[in-house]
Design a protein around this ligand. Structure first.
Ligand SMILES: [Cu+2]
Length: 681
């Protein structure tokens, strides 16, 4: 395997596309019968790798990293450099582990205009920023399939807000925060025919070219609370918008988007969208756009989209349905948007820490063009245009190009920076990371990765102040790196030391589902703010009970039973409940009375059609349960909480529909003392 990769790297890039395909095929065919393959994997690893990633038991990692879960719709949190998995944060996907998306409090988080959508394809995490640097407050992530942007609060590591994006289809080009969290920006991957009433038109698919349009959404962020609000959209030409990034320093008023399918092919895009030698980099002056939105260039159309928010005091999500969206048309807003020709089906657009160099990685291009922000400003001033598209001026390639990185490798995808004058580009086809200098655009180092890297990430590598110590490669194929686990293998990340002149491979670690992109931040920017428990006296949940004396079981109307119960080591109150009937809808509102760190209690009941719910100290969570036949059902705490955790259990008696058994409940009392029990026999 090593030999194959090494040979492959030495192939001259221009001649190697065919070789790459052949090598890919060879990889597919490669098998490893010993299942361990230790001799092969040890090769190419730095001799001091073990000590470089060793975090002694009881010691903490230097960095938090947040890896997208791709098609599992979640974010996973790893410590670096150890690669320890710290947490999985559910965002767009129901999570049986803690009841997210199953509990009554969290269901609203997954509501959309298409109904309850308990899954998405999560690609890009982006940390919030202050003064162009990560500030450790929030993590924004995109839902690609049913267009949504979510916000995770890094004091609790939970999803606190999800905004559906109207007029979007495939929210891939998303979410990109500006330098002071003014906006989070999201572009549509798929263009669609907008009916201007909040949906898409029923038109012939042959009308792609004339009728389909894209959109870029500007989500305003409350600078104190982080709350999102969709301020306006720009309706843009019907290309596919792939990735974006904001400027910084001199370019901080701008955001840049890569597009493909400038051909506007409506079918067989693998061919149709690869015809033109150049697609476009779209440059949008977001400050000017916001000004136009304020000053009369704005239009409004009907819309229908959900905005879901977790209330901090009740710990309950609520949905608001928005019925309008404001939009700008680029043809009416001079100076707001320009197109820069970019070779060919570009993926990443990455702006270096100085804000001057804009690196465009064209997956099918043989060189990496670097555009100059100052040349772009000059070209705009001098009207160095090469026609226009939908009223948007196209700048001349030569007028904005600063340099091309020659023969970087095959399939450049994405670039980040170390803050020391170097750029690092992932090469999907030639499976390597290539280091090149921003001073003279020459390649200075390359390192193979295993295998088929997508994005790479340097902590802060997309901000004004990168931490140029580590690089994480996120690889698409894991073949032979780990013990086999049947047809599907874990995806894999690799940690590479970039502190010296030569890159050094330190560590492989498997990831949860498919990490498309990641972010990382110094632990000290996040850890001190971590919430240890919720204050019970601030719990404003409508069905919270704050002491055992206040628990209740009540029948509401004909067939709703409300159980307001408490959990504390090591019992539930009440733990004996009678008077429930077949077909009743039973709500268990469980308040965790603990006021200490790391003592969640779980609640599960036999036959429930959802999941457990996991209740953090001081919070209240609700599990809904509809018993279908009479009998006695145990419930119990699922989270091992004390030496007597196994005793943390109870029973609920279910009688036939119409039974005379009265409601009764108790804890720690003899049966005959349960109020109303005598009457039930
Ligand atoms: Cu417990």
């Amino acid at each position: 395997m090593e030999t194959l990769i090494n040979k492959f790297r030495k192939v001259a890039p221009k001649a190697a596309m065919v070789m790459a395909v052949a090598a890919g095929a060879a990889l597919q065919g490669c098998s490893n019968t010993d299942g361990g393959n230790t001799s092969a994997t040890a090769e190419g690893v730095a001799s001091d790798a073990a000590s470089a990633v060793y975090v002694a038991p009881g010691k903490h990692d230097e960095l938090y990293s947040f890896l997208s879960g791709g098609f599992n719709g979640q974010v996973s949190v790893y410590g670096l450099p150890s690669g320890r998995l710290l947490k999985i944060i559910p965002v767009f996907t129901q999570h049986g582990e803690n009841g997210y998306g199953y509990s009554e409090e969290s269901k609203a988080m997954l509501m959309t205009s298409h109904g309850f959508v308990p899954w998405d394809d999560l690609h890009h995490p982006k940390l919030s920023r202050t003064d162009g640097q990560t500030d450790g407050r929030w993590l924004f992530v995109n839902g690609n399939n049913t267009p949504r942007v979510a916000r995770i609060d890094l004091t609790t590591f939970e999803t606190v807000e999800i905004m559906e994006i109207p007029n979007s289809a495939g929210n891939h080009c998303s979410p990109y925060p500006t330098n002071n969290n003014e906006y989070v920006i999201a572009g549509t991957r798929f263009s669609v025919p907008l009916d201007m009433k909040g949906g898409t038109s029923d038109v012939s698919l042959d009308k792609y070219e004339e009728e389909f349009r894209g959109s870029i959404s500007f989500i305003k962020i409350d600078k104190d609370k982080g709350d999102m609000d969709l301020d306006f959209q720009i309706l843009v030409p019907g290309f596919d918008y792939d990735l974006a990034n904001g400027g910084k320093g001199p370019s901080e008023d701008w955001v840049f988007f890569t597009t493909y399918n400038s051909e506007k092919a409506g079918t067989l895009k693998e061919v149709g969208a690869s015809q033109n030698d150049k697609d476009f980099l779209a440059a949008v002056n977001w400050k000017l756009a916001a000004k136009y939105a304020k000053e009369g260039k704005i239009h409004e159309m009907p819309a229908n989209y959900y905005h879901n928010k977790l209330d901090k005091d009740t710990h309950t999500a609520q949905s608001t349905v928005k019925k309008k969206v404001r939009y700008l048309l680029p043809e009416e807003c001079p100076g707001m948007m320009y197109l820069l020709p970019a070779p060919k089906s570009p993926h990443g657009i990455d702006v270096d820490p100085s804000g001057e160099n804009m690196v465009v990685s064209g997956k099918l291009a043989s060189a990496i063009p670097v555009f100059s922000f100052s040349k772009m400003q000059e070209a705009i001033k001098n009207k160095a245009f090469d026609g226009e598209k939908n009223g948007i001026p196209v700048l001349k390639y030569e007028a904005v190009l600063k340099a091309e990185v020659k023969e970087p490798g095959l399939g450049p995808l994405h670039t980040e920076f170390d803050g020391k004058g170097n750029a690092y580009t992932s090469m999907f086809v030639s499976s390597e990371v290539v280091k090149w200098k921003l001073s003279d655009f020459t390649v200075v180092d390359r390192i193979p990765v295993y295998y088929s890297i997508g994005h790479l990430m340097i902590p802060g590598g997309d901000t004004k102040e990168p931490l140029g110590k580590y690089l994480v490669a996120m690889n698409k194929i894991t073949k032979d790196r780990y013990l086999p686990t049947g047809p599907e293998l874990a995806h894999s990340a690799q940690l590479i030391d970039i502190s010296g002149e030569k890159m050094k491979l330190l560590l492989d670690f498997p990831t949860v589902a498919e990490p498309h992109y990641a972010q990382a931040i110094r632990a000290e920017k996040v850890a001190p703010n971590s919430v240890k428990f919720h204050k019970l006296d601030e719990n404003k949940h409508a069905h919270a009970v704050k002491k055992e004396a206040d628990v209740s079981v009540t029948r509401e109307g004909k067939n709703v039973i409300r159980v307001k119960m408490t959990a504390i080591r090591s019992h539930m109150t009440p733990d004996n409940i009678e008077g429930v009937q077949v077909g009743d809808t039973v709500y268990f509102h469980v308040t965790n009375l603990e006021q200490d760190w790391d003592v969640p209690h779980g609640f599960a009941i036999l036959g429930a059609n959802n999941a457990e719910t996991l209740i953090m100290p001081g919070a209240t969570q609700t599990l809904k349960w509809v018993p279908k036949k009479e009998g006695v059902y145990p419930f119990y705490c699922t989270d091992f909480c004390s030496a007597l955790h196994q005793e943390m259990q109870g029973y609920i008696r279910v009688s036939p529909k119409g039974s005379k058994t009265p409601i009764a409940f108790s804890t720690g009392k003899k049966k005959q003392n349960i109020p109303g029990v005598a009457a039930s026999h």
